[in-house]
Design a protein around this ligand. Sequence first.
Ligand SMILES: Nc1nc2c(c(=O)[nH]1)N[C@H]1C(S)=C(S)[C@@H](COP(=O)(O)OP(=O)(O)OC[C@H]3O[C@@H](n4cnc5c(=O)[nH]c(N)nc54)[C@H](O)[C@@H]3O)O[C@H]1N2
Ligand SMILES: Nc1nc2c(c(=O)[nH]1)N[C@H]1C(S)=C(S)[C@@H](COP(=O)(O)OP(=O)(O)OC[C@H]3O[C@@H](n4cnc5c(=O)[nH]c(N)nc54)[C@H](O)[C@@H]3O)O[C@H]1N2
Ligand code: SF4
Ligand SMILES: [Mo]
Length: 724
Amino acid sequence: MEKKTLCRICTAHCPIVVEVDETGRPISARGDKDNPHSEGFFCLKGKHFPDLHTSPTRLRHSLARNGSGALEALAAEDAMDAVATRIQAIIDEHGTQAVAVYAGTLFYQLPQTAAVATAWMNALKLHLRFGSGTIDQPGKQIAAAAHGQWLAGSHVFDECETWMLVGTNPLVAMSGGIAHANPARRLERARARGLQLVVIDPRRSETAKRAALHIQPRPGTDPAVLAGIIREVIAQDLVDEDFLRANVDGFETLRAEVDPFTPARVATRAGIEAHQIIRAAQIFGSARKGTATAGTGANMSGWSNISEYLVLCLNAICGRYRRAGDRVANPGVLTTRRAFKAQPIAPYPVAGRGEPLRSRPDLMPAVCGLPTSGLADEILLEGEGQIKALITIGGNPMRAWPDPKKTRAALEALELHVCVDPRLTDTAQLADFVLAPKLPLETPGCSLSTENLSSISPAFGYSECYGQYAPPIAQCPPDSDLREDWEFFYGLAQRMGLDLTIAAGVFPIPGVDTPTAALDMQNKPSSEEILDLLTMDSRIPLERLRNDPNKVLFDDEGSVTVEDRDADNDARLDVGSALLFEELRDFAAGDRFDRPGFDYRMISRRMANTFNSVGTEIEALTRRYGTNPAFMHPDDLAREGFVRGDLIRLASPHAEVEAVVWPDKDLRPGLVSICHCWGGDPEKPDDVRKVGVNTGLLISVEEDCGRFSGIPLMSALPVKVARI
Ligand SMILES: Nc1nc2c(c(=O)[nH]1)N[C@H]1C(S)=C(S)[C@@H](COP(=O)(O)OP(=O)(O)OC[C@H]3O[C@@H](n4cnc5c(=O)[nH]c(N)nc54)[C@H](O)[C@@H]3O)O[C@H]1N2
Ligand SMILES: Nc1nc2c(c(=O)[nH]1)N[C@H]1C(S)=C(S)[C@@H](COP(=O)(O)OP(=O)(O)OC[C@H]3O[C@@H](n4cnc5c(=O)[nH]c(N)nc54)[C@H](O)[C@@H]3O)O[C@H]1N2
Ligand code: SF4
Ligand SMILES: [Mo]
């Protein structure tokens, strides 16, 4: 039997059709060609989405560490009893400051999980909440705070004449500017109607190959390239004077700060041609509609905050925001109803939200959350306030956190580590309890998380008025004892005597008072009821999506246009943040990441067939390379005397690893491009050709960390290579 649903491996949430057998076992998946939003698009990972549900390595029971130190199966209700008792005991002895949570990528992709787990943290007044966001693109929240936000949002890709992508590759990552579902087709259509794409990436990525202009700079030089483009936009008189006058402060400061970044100087610093800067400014600045967005490449290479800030400055001086009377392409389906007004939310404080970390006085709670790069040290530092318990939800610290050796030591030092994950990951293997969840095909879901991403950054979320409900379509594996993720947190709350209040949506929407609802703590609500609460004030009621599963586009529900600025509103965006321009001056002073003798730079990238650590154990997904190769330019291979498939030694100033080398003519010479979240337990070395290499081993969480977020140098990291 074929059933329609959504793939939930990545944020694209592609509509798929899953073949389910008579026992309710999902067999195979394909893209849903009848879906007008995605037009059948899906990827190889999605094809294997059912395998994640049926894999023999999937956990069918929760696990607990027994007296002899081994993990053994435990009934879900007993696991909740034991975990609640242990957490309560730690809180009774040390207070809630001894308990921390790490929320990984899957946390945010599952609306019920994010909502109920957050409600549990709120009920406990738990402050130590860490997430994958601070080792991802934390500059976004920091830049938005320093700059302010535009309540009416920006134009979507489908209606623009230009777009600029900085260190992001939406055609593979399904993230970062070109809307998720079917980005390649969207780009193709946009190009056919004349869109000029500008891509800034040291690698001629899948997306860069389709650009009108590809600038291939040295990694870690985005501030120069962006400041140079802004300077040229000003020099070429392409600034939107009206928008600036009405809405923006700090223009003279911006002009002065970018003034040193002449095309010639930028060319020298970034290793590009000066005319590319002039051309990028011309393409971007002379269009009427078009936005610049940045991704992980621009955030991981040392200058996260200032790079994201310059991106916002560029958009602001070119006036790339919706104005009063403009049509709002996607006024929302399942997210909380909101107003679209042609006015800013004024800048707000970047940091100052609490005490610095005990172990790291330089790292403190900021708008991007607590710095995950400091969490291992915070666990390891003994004394008053030490973290004793960690709960990991939908994340895999051993693969994802920089410095897995330190991570391992920290996880082992915990009194209690609870991991909510369907797989016995390297992280789960070190846990005291592994709570085994149901997977998306076995639970009700919807497109809310991805839609709600629109509140994180311009051009995130859906570009059209799309929403979809995904009913549970598969049975849990036979003889399993699983719960939905959220049920574990509800169960813990019941046992700990906590009342839970959940907030609508997944991410708060700027300028909107999010509605909340108290959960019935006696009679457990159903998963469907939780979804109803999460969409309690949506523009389109979820019930309508349930009742008419074939209707997924809602453009015919009345068009929404941007309203005028409120009469009493005088907020302005700021392009002259003194705080952030300190970073531009620091950048201008020279390459502070340079290390003599380390003549290559390692850069981050994503591979199409794995999603962070998900899929790295599925043979069909890893067949192409068998591992995460270290890609290098063929000229570099020749110079070093390497051939494809050679095992090489890759060293950073902090550590040394082995990797399998692979030619990639699309790379700028002098680089080693490797995907993250591979490799096994660093204390149990295994064949790198099989398990891959964990690039986090090369990264230091002590040196070169970004201001506020603590994001380490995860791209543009100095390395050297040698034959083994
Ligand atoms: N060196 C280096 N390190 C990096 C990066 C890099 O580029 N370079 N990238 C960083 C980035 S951007 C990110 S976002 C992080 C990723 O960091 P994490 O989020 O910590 O890592 P993931 O592998 O995405 O972890 C997702 C986990 O969720 C589990 N899972 C799958 N389905 C479910 C479910 O339904 N419920 C639950 N509870 N769990 C589920 C999976 O089995 C997996 O273990 O890594 C970061 N680390
Ligand atoms: N298939 C797949 N999709 C994914 C993921 C996955 O693991 N696999 N992970 C998901 C996650 S967690 C995230 S956060 C998103 C991330 O989405 P993106 O941010 O789009 O991530 P990437 O595809 O790695 O693209 C980053 C690009 O930055 C370039 N780059 C590296 N260093 C620099 C630099 O210093 N400057 C500039 N300008 N560019 C640089 C790289 O060459 C690369 O092409 O993708 C998500 N989607
Ligand atoms: S892009 Fe692939 S992994 Fe992501 S949701 Fe679509 S089918 Fe799933
Ligand atoms: Mo990420």
